[in-house]
Write a protein that binds this ligand. Structure first.
Ligand SMILES: [Zn+2]
Length: 551
């Protein structure tokens, strides 16, 4: 089906107990043409019907555009190979590499054609991705077995798209949200409940943290645990996804283990309560509140699955019954919750600190933040940068560190800058760093002036990375010494104070409604950010320079 059918993502009240069925539909497209399609109807309402296509996509078609409907069997799902073939056509075969290992169909979108000598690396990268997805699948399956949650095999191939460059990823992410100009710059990866695809930056594949988080969402919605586009509370979706933690390509924790990071953040939360996130998802969309909302999501989920295990399974059954676009409200959400657990949300929150304390002792987990001030680790644009800052409080900040080219497939040129809140910066240019190679970043003072920078004493900084293929046009410009001077703006710096974000996750139909509607009017950056999901990630905040410390 062509794109025009996917225009109407709207609020639709579908009746409860809806049973999906396969039919042939004659549809009038937006341009007036008539097409006949086979699809599985997964929801129906006054404004339209939700059609699941043979590749697993869901399209919402206004009722008036359905000219005829002929009952029939469910269309057979496409194979991974067929889906990848279509994606190769979409992205251009020259810049697309893929690998299929059922049920995973993984596509790599290259920034430009790949010289032959790097083909093997691309191939290995894709195979490693598939192996990781298999690990996620096994770990998720073990969790479900442990709790005796029935799961099924995915009906459709699970598509993962990896974008070599952040720019291509951002273009794709912006398009997927209806070209609304959402700030895709801060999105690391996302799973879409509409396309059923997981899309991610290659930069994020280095630590596997974002791929793991998004892959859990994809598992949840494809293995019969929850229904896509159903009104599942965000605290549950994010709680289960944040419950899985990795260590490189290993997964060393499931939702029963304590997360030092999130438990610490939950302790410090003071603007949002469990009541707020159980009642609705607003806190997940607010710039300020989202960090706390994620911390609570982890806390509530961990607390319930460890202390109230059988009630948790009962509650999950209630969520599992919720169908795409079914109506839900705060009253019903709280009733669902309190009926399943037999206590008020507030009472349960009151039990949490003591339960956490004693579990932390048993699991021998320190609940303290061990991060050193002045250190920052950044993954961005195919680089992992470790930077240490020293400041006397008087002169310019001093930086040194190292960086790794985290492209698995080819050498890259890097322009790394450290930008301070005073509008000053330091820079490093590395013309050709082989894949996965680590190089030092020598001592530099942040005394260069950014465009619009005022200068003066600085207290915080952020690391920014630009990366290009060495023999590209920009790469050659850089080699001639033409490096761009970063632009200072209060807004940019304010944004950078926020934790990294994972957008969408396809968990919440409201998100799609907002994204689609927002696409039809200009969106201010600050506003668009509020529709993004945020993952609390203290190590990605700008670091505060450590005063008066000698190296
Ligand atoms: Zn998520």
């Amino acid at each position: 089906m062509r794109k025009s059918l996917a225009v109407a993502v709207v609020w639709i009240a579908f009746g409860p107990g809806f049973v999906a069925c396969g039919d042939t539909f004659t549809v009038r497209e937006d341009d007036g043409q008539t097409v006949t399609i086979e699809a599985r109807m997964v929801g129906e309402g006054r404004a339209g019907i939700a059609l699941e296509r043979s590749d697993g996509r869901i399209e919402v078609v206004p009722q008036g555009q359905i000219l005829n409907r002929h009952p029939g069997a469910d269309p057979s799902p496409k194979t991974g190979g067929e889906i990848l073939q279509g994606l190769a056509e979409r992205f251009g075969t020259e810049n697309f590499r893929s690998y299929c290992e059922s049920p995973y169909a993984i596509g790599l979108i290259l920034s430009q054609p790949l010289p032959k000598q790097y083909e093997r690396r691309a191939d290995l990268f894709l195979k490693k991705g598939a192996a990781f997805m298999k690990t996620v699948e096994k770990t998720f399956g073990r969790y479900a077995d442990d709790l005796k949650i029935g799961i099924s095999n995915p009906r459709y191939p699970l598509v993962i798209l990896v974008f070599e460059t952040d720019d291509d990823f951002m273009t794709y992410a912006a398009k997927e949200t209806g070209g609304s100009g959402l700030s895709s710059g801060r999105i690391l990866g996302f799973y879409s409940g509409l396309s059923n695809y997981l899309a991610i930056r290659m930069s994020e594949c280095h630590t596997f943290e974002t791929p793991l988080h998004e892959a859990i969402h994809q598992q949840v919605f494809n293995r019969g645990v929850l229904q896509r586009l159903a009104p599942t509370p965000a605290w549950f979706n994010e709680g289960i996804a944040t419950g899985f933690e990795g260590n490189g390509d290993k997964i060393n924790g499931g939702p029963l283990r304590i997360s030092p990071r999130y438990s610490q953040a939950a302790k410090m939360a003071h603007n949002v309560d469990w009541d707020d996130v159980v009642a609705d998802d607003k806190a997940f969309r607010g710039d300020v509140l989202a960090g706390e909302a994620y911390a609570h999501a982890w806390s509530i989920h961990w607390f319930l699955v460890t202390k109230y295990r059988s009630q948790y399974v009962t509650y999950l059954d209630v969520l599992r019954q919720k169908t795409p676009f079914e109506e839900d409200d705060a009253k019903r959400r709280i009733a669902d919750f309190e009926t399943a657990f037999g206590k008020s949300v507030g009472q349960l929150q009151g039990e949490f600190p003591q339960w956490l304390e004693s579990a932390a002792k048993k699991q021998k987990i320190a609940l303290l933040d061990t991060k050193q001030p002045g250190d920052i680790v950044t993954q961005s644009n195919l680089a992992e940068v470790e930077m240490n800052a020293q400041s006397s409080g008087l002169g310019p900040m001093e930086f040194r560190g190292r960086m790794k080219n985290i492209s698995h497939i080819r050498p890259m040129s890097f322009h790394v800058t450290v930008e301070t809140d005073a509008g000053t910066y330091a820079e490093w240019f590395q013309p050709n760093v082989p894949p996965l190679k680590i190089i030092p970043l020598s001592r530099q003072l942040a005394h260069k002036r950014m465009q619009n920078g005022q200068g003066g004493p600085a207290t915080t900084f952020q690391v920014r990375v630009r990366a290009v293929v060495p023999d590209s046009e920009t790469g050659q410009k850089w080699q001639r010494g033409l490096l761009s001077v970063p632009i200072f703006s209060d807004w940019a710096f304010e944004v950078s104070h926020r934790p990294s974000m994972k957008w969408g996750d396809g968990c919440n139909p409201e998100f799609f409604g907002r994204a689609s509607i927002a696409g039809r009017r200009p969106v201010q950056p600050a506003e668009s950010l509020s529709t993004l999901r945020i993952l609390q990630s203290s190590d990605r905040r700008p670091a505060v320079a450590c005063p008066c410390v000698d190296s």
